[in-house]
Design a protein. Structure first.
Length: 356
């Protein structure tokens, strides 16, 4: 256990109906007794109490609860003040706690670190907890909860057990080579380890997909000036995030729009129209658009259009789905892109389901 007792605001700093301040450490219960009237309730029992400062000044009247070690989230004595969420109340209680000897403000992530040290969480569950706190979409929430539930820990423990068994079998073959050991033992172990290596490789590849869910999928909207990029972005965002004008070059900087598309995080990037320009500011916008779209510097825009058109042709869509999304698109890559842009923009306005 840590010798120091820490405290911090467990809820957000914005004004709210309720705010929670949490303490953890050997001095947490003593601090609670010092700041509440009347005496403490039993552990794990929520009670309404008057919360006072050094000079018995009433700071708030709220709920308190405490947990005796090791039966707490950190494995230490833990105290929670459930207060009214006004900034004046929260700041007054935090200042009063800071004046209690032996207490200090917690560092970022310190409650979780103490939980890991005391065996209440493993590292994979701690990572899942951080992802859950940061989750903004359903896919991020599901992934974080699965990791918090111990799915990764169980998987890794299973791999560890299989490695230990393989190592034990090889050690037996070495130490007791003069005994009746199966001739194909090494081959069996090699097969098992090969299968395990394949599982790990697949897991790492799956981990990259999980990283995309965690960080979001970035989509760059690239095209020539006045091709309808900003109109399409506004339709997908379902709000006016980009200025739409018949005048070319309206969009010069990159506009990032976070979206929740079917539960998955997407960052949509509206950028300057790609073309040759003598305007220094617009040229910088084109350069940034080129870089964000990861287009090679020696690749012309026509080549880029043709390359993306080939990629679209590889997408496995039924003929009906293609007509529904883009209509009958024929001709050169440039014409096909313009036709697709017109249809996507129109359907984006008429059918919000295009976002899914």
């Amino acid at each position: 256990m840590a010798e120091q007792t820490i405290f911090a605001l467990a809820t957000g700093r914005m004004r709210a109906g309720v705010a929670i301040i949490r303490l953890s450490g050997p001095g947490a219960v003593a601090a609670l007794a010092k700041m509440t009237r009347p005496p403490l309730p039993e552990p794990r029992r929520v009670a309404r109490r008057r919360i006072v400062g050094d000079d018995e000044e009433l700071l708030d009247e709220g709920l308190i609860v405490w947990f005796r070690a090791p039966c707490s989230v950190t494995g230490e004595d833990v105290v929670e003040f459930h207060l009214h969420g006004g900034r004046g109340v929260v700041d007054a209680v935090l200042e009063a706690l800071a004046r209690v000897p032996g207490l200090r403000v917690a560092e970022p992530g310190e409650f979780t670190r103490r939980a890991v040290i005391n065996g209440k969480l493993d590292l994979t569950s701690a990572e899942g907890l951080a992802d859950l706190v940061a989750a903004e979409t359903a896919a991020q929430r599901r992934q974080a909860l699965c990791q918090m539930d111990g799915a990764l820990a169980r998987l890794y423990d299973g791999w560890r057990e299989r490695l230990l068994r393989a190592m034990a079998r090889l050690e037996v073959a070495i130490d007791f080579s003069d005994e009746d050991i199966p001739d194909d033992l090494q081959r069996q172990v090699a097969q098992e380890l090969s299968g395990l290596a394949n599982e790990i490789a697949c897991h790492l590849e799956s981990g990259r997909r999980g990283q995309r869910i965690r960080d979001g999928i970035e989509i760059a909207v690239v095209g020539r000036p006045n091709a309808g990029k900003s109109t399409l972005v506004n339709a997908l965002a379902q709000r006016e995030v980009a200025i739409v004008s018949p005048r070319p070059g309206t969009t010069r900087d990159i506009i990032e729009v976070p979206l929740d598309v079917g539960g998955f995080p997407v960052i949509l990037c509206d950028m300057a129209g790609v073309h040759d320009t003598q305007d220094e500011i617009e040229a910088e916008g084109v350069k940034r658009a080129w870089a964000r779209a990861e287009i090679q510097g020696n690749e012309s825009y026509a080549d880029f259009e043709a390359r993306v058109a080939e990629m679209l042709d590889l997408v496995q869509l039924t003929p009906f789905a293609k007509r529904k999304a883009f209509g009958e698109i024929h001709g050169t890559p440039g014409r096909r892109f313009k036709r697709a842009g017109r249809h996507a923009t129109r359907y984006g306005r008429a059918y919000p389901g295009i976002r899914a």
